[in-house]
Write a protein of this length. Sequence first.
Length: 196
Amino acid sequence: MITPPGDYAWFTASGLAEAYSFIFVRGLTPEELVARMGGRAEDFSWTTLDDAMDVGFHYGSETEFVAIAAIDDWAFVAQSNSWLGADDTFIVPLSAGTRLVSLYRLDIKGLEEFRWVEDGDTRFAFWAQEGYSEVPDELVEAMNKIDHDYGEDKYELYRGPGLVLIERLTGIKLSPQVLEGSTYLSGVISRSPTIT
């Protein structure tokens, strides 16, 4: 079952919708993902998403402030005003031995991108300005439904198509309750993932 468009309409009015990066990594705890991203969990603190986003605004573009929650079997990274989820030099190595799904948007430049990376192999990419790569069998049904339900709006990933793809590949249906009700391990990472 694929979530209908109206179910994700709430996200367009959220504070994150203008500029965000979401990254999902399967099978890791937030602490394990912090280490893999080059941070030290002991330097991080647990907080709400709102508090993490407020702190993140105080860092410059040369620093990556991340907030990581555990959702089911996934470590979920939420960032405001960051392009980390679209940086292949970061997310491809971060996917070593597991599945990674990312969604990125920077409204001021009209940029939106979605990635599915499986153990270093980019299986599917969707660039709102350019279209998408060849659709793998696992996403044919979801992409057909997105084409039908969203039409030309399918290129506005934040309006639902990107969230539908996240749900299809992770089993996680993002909602205000999931985003705001989770606790996040928050702090600063290096830009180079450390795979051990």
